[in-house]
Design a protein around this ligand. Structure first.
Ligand code: TXA
Ligand code: MG
Length: 322
């Protein structure tokens, strides 16, 4: 499936495909989504089949504006309205109590639903043209790296999708922050570009980090977002020692660096990412995908700082590595 350039016509055609129960991959500011009509259980079943995703793993419903929240959720707390006003459209997903008529296929049989208004203009135009909610997980095969360019989607899903709208590279580059607002105790289920401090400040209350054991989201499984090549996360000094050791054994290694010292290691498969957390985050998945395509024995990833700005990156790297 060759990605389709974005025009008013291709967006209208994509909306028609959705109405007919077909799948459309589209850009969001975070990663590309694999979209289907959230109100059509047969379309939602196609999403699970195309991804190879277990049926009990719920999907995010994308909507055009917060006004459509009541089509999907009930008992919407003030906190949700506050966050919607401040962060939507944008990379924030809220977990709310679902309306009884929401198809079980979307929520994996849970009583809650994930909703988000994306800010990417192509995503918003598609949502407006379609009119309803679009259920969309990241447009990758289950457990693999999320796509941040249309070409990545074509590689992963090929003809399992009726159309791939090409909106260029995603600006944020990692999946949305997920906050659970379903039980009065706000909790982050997946860190993303919108930080815990920003959410706390907006709500004026404590926001918990959900314990890893409470697996309600596949993004919370220990290995996820993973390249096929074995990947190890190491502090700079360990990375230097490992490079010597593995190269000495004749192994082909790849290095993902951000600090100037590591970037100087003479290695043909070294990718230097930006030192600034947000820029690193935007480029991370593309770089991992690139190294994964080079038939290496091991990918060594330089461990980023343990600060809030790096929370989403550290979360994804810990799941991409052994
Ligand atoms: O940035 C994003 O969120 C992207 C773009 C396409 O919007 N989507 C995305 O979808 O990352 P996906 O399916 O790859 O990840 C959605 C996460 C999953 O970990 C899922 O389990 C969780 O959201 N989720 C969905 N509904 C949930 C619910 N009711 N309770 C808890 N977690 C839920
Ligand atoms: Mg995903």
């Amino acid at each position: 499936m060759t990605p389709t350039p974005v025009t008013e016509q291709s967006i209208n055609q994509a909306a028609d495909l959705l109405r007919r129960g077909e799948l459309v991959a589209f850009p969001t500011e975070t990663v590309y989504g694999l979209g289907g009509d959230a109100a059509n259980p047969a379309a939602v079943a196609k999403i699970f089949a195309a991804k190879g995703r277990p049926a009990d793993h719920p999907l995010i419903v994308h909507i055009a504006s917060a006004e459509q929240l009541t089509d999907w959720a009930v008992e919407i707390p003030d906190a949700a309205l506050k966050l919607a006003a401040q962060f939507w459209p944008g990379p924030l997903t809220m977990i709310l109590n679902k309306r009884p008529d929401v198809p079980d296929a979307v929520t994996g049989g849970q009583t809650t639903i994930a909703v988000r208004v994306p800010s990417n203009p192509v995503a918003l135009q598609l949502l407006q043209a379609f009119g309803g909610g679009i259920a969309a997980p990241s447009a990758n095969r289950f457990g693999r790296i999320s796509p941040t360019q249309a070409g990545h989607v074509a590689e992963e899903l090929g003809d399992r999708v009726a159309c791939i709208l090409d909106g260029g590279a995603c600006s944020v580059g990692v999946e949305s922050t997920i906050i659970d607002l379903s039980d009065g105790q706000p909790a982050i289920l997946r860190p993303g570009r919108i930080t815990r401090s920003q959410l706390k400040a907006a709500l004026g209350t404590e926001v918990r980090l959900s314990p890893q054991s409470k697996i309600r989201a596949p993004g919370m499984l220990a290995v996820h977002y993973a390249p096929n090549t074995m990947a190890l996360l190491c502090p700079a000094d360990t990375l230097i020692a490992m490079t010597d050791e593995l190269c000495g054994q004749g192994k082909r290694i790849g290095i993902l660096a951000f600090s100037p010292a590591i970037a100087e290691i003479p290695c043909p498969n070294l990718i230097k990412l930006p030192e600034q957390a947000e820029h690193y985050e935007s480029a991370l998945y593309s770089a991992l995908r690139e190294l994964d395509s080079r038939q290496l024995d091991t990918i060594l990833i330089e461990q980023p700082p343990d600060s809030e700005a790096w929370a989403a990156v550290n979360d994804r790297l810990s799941k991409a590595t052994v």
